[in-house]
Design a protein around this ligand. Structure first.
Ligand code: ZN
Length: 119
């Protein structure tokens, strides 16, 4: 499979599991209708319907597209990392039980890990 070329900033987040600065991402406040895809392999990961404003400074989704996102327990035993199930690219972390939305799930994702395709 051919992957998209990444900028140094994108590679830091996607390949080295870095985190972009909060409120720095281009998609944090995006409210348009469409689909969010993996920057590295173009797999559809999140639908705009699941996006909500968490106030954290990172794009937040209370659901993922079935089978597109894989969960991995962090070595610190506290957080759960989420990666693209297709290419393994780092997306961010998932948090449950915060009751911000009815699904009580927050996928906290770096803008740099995503592309947005407007409907
Ligand atoms: Zn991917």
């Amino acid at each position: 499979m051919a992957y998209n070329d990444l900028t140094p900033e994108e590679a830091y987040v996607i390949l080295e599991k870095g985190t972009e600065a909060p409120f720095s991402g281009a998609l944090n406040s995006n409210k348009e209708t469409g689909v969010y895809t993996c920057k590295q392999c173009n797999t559809a990961l999140f639908d705009s319907e699941s996006k909500f404003d968490s106030g954290t400074g990172w794009p937040s989704f209370d659901d993922d597209i079935a089978g597109a996102v894989k969960r991995i327990s962090d070595s610190d035993g506290h957080r759960v990392e989420i990666v693209c199930a297709t290419c393994g690219g780092h997306l961010g972390h998932v948090f449950e039980g915060e009751r911000i939305t009815p699904k009580s799930t927050r996928h906290c994702v770096n803008s740099l890990s995503l592309n947005f395709i407007k409907e």
